[in-house]
Design a protein around this ligand. Structure first.
Ligand SMILES: Nc1nc(=O)c2c([nH]1)NC[C@@H]1CN(c3ccc(C(=O)N[C@@H](CCC(=O)O)C(=O)O)cc3)C=[N+]21
Length: 293
């Protein structure tokens, strides 16, 4: 059997098409959504992601404002940039690209954001709303990667309710909020959240109807670990630089041979990454629509 590809590029394009209409409607009301990005340092992965976010904005008609600080920036410099984004009227939503350089307190920086401008859903108020909202309508921004994963599963009609989802990785941007989201009323998955200290990881992975791998260990998930027919979503990204050409290749957490066993496979690249970016745009549009409605 060969898995059906969960095509993140095509699905993100469909999401963006829907957003274009909503953006036009906002502009007709005199509201101009604008995304800010704050990038500190010169990590090549982060540079590439931020560049992608600005391209996406241009594609759908969202203004974007880029703030880049050098790796030598102090915590005070970062705080000043956050305060400026909070007060900049052209910025209706923004993100702090993570990880921040060592020595800068990430949680403190996230907490300094205006929660109404938090396009990533990572401000403690918005994470708190995700914890508090067991069911009902979601009115706070959701972390982009978990939202993108759910959106992709739904658009491919992969059943979630009552299914056993095994998440590998407990990080702030993916694993932890994904467990909270999938166990809400209306989605109703049963979630096992595993991590680097999980004993006998393989035994959990084998029981997954839906497997999400988000640890950043290249090729960790082996085909023998995967239940035949399971939906497998690869979120890990490891950049492997070719010594001769200097070019970077992206390698996921899932061994490509898993495609022979899985029912659905979201690959790296071309899977969850583009969906993450599409959900960022959606958060910006949602927030702009909330402003005076
Ligand atoms: N505050 C914050 N919010 C984030 O959402 C956030 C972050 N920090 N820090 C880093 C991670 C990582 N992340 C990705 C987004 C898109 C792709 C993406 O588009 N990937 C393409 C390939 C891109 C390339 O070629 O480099 C793909 O998988 O097809 C990847 C990774 C968002 N993150």
């Amino acid at each position: 059997m060969t898995a059906t590809t969960l095509d993140g590029v095509a699905t993100a394009a469909a999401v963006k098409e829907e957003l274009r209409e909503r953006i036009a409607a906002l502009k007709a009301r005199g509201i101009r959504p604008g995304l800010g990005t704050l990038l500190v340092g010169d990590d090549p992965g982060s540079q590439s992601y931020v560049a992608g976010k600005h391209r996406d904005c241009a594609e759908v008609g969202i203004e974007s404002i880029r703030v880049d600080l050098p790796a030598t920036a102090s915590e005070e410099d970062v705080m000043a940039a956050i305060i400026a984004l909070n007060t900049n009227p052209d910025v209706t939503g923004y993100i702090i690209q993570l990880p921040l350089p060592r020595g800068i307190d990430e949680n403190a920086m996230l907490e300094l954001m205006d929660p109404d401008k938090d396009a990533d859903g990572l401000h403690p108020t918005n994470l708190g709303r995700l914890v508090l909202g067991v069911g009902g309508e979601i009115t706070s921004p959701l972390p982009c990667t978990p939202a993108g994963i759910v959106e992709m599963l739904q658009r491919y009609d992969v059943p979630i309710s009552g299914k056993h989802v095994v998440v590998v990785g407990r990080g702030l941007t993916v694993g932890r909020p994904l467990g909270l989201l999938l166990t809400r009323k209306g989605l109703d998955a049963t979630v096992t959240l595993t991590h680097s200290r999980t004993a006998n990881l393989e035994s959990y992975v084998r029981r997954a109807d839906i497997l999400v791998a988000a640890v950043g260990v290249a090729g960790l998930i082996k085909p023998e670990w995967v239940k035949p027919g399971a939906a497998v979503l690869d979120v890990g990204i490891t950049r492997v630089v070719n010594e001769e050409t200097g070019k970077a290749r992206l390698v996921g957490d899932v061994d490509p041979a898993v495609g022979e066993v899985a029912g659905h496979l979201s690959p790296v690249p071309g899977g969850v990454g583009p969906m993450t970016r599409a959900m960022l745009l959606k958060n910006v549009v949602d927030a702009a629509e909330r402003v005076d409605s």
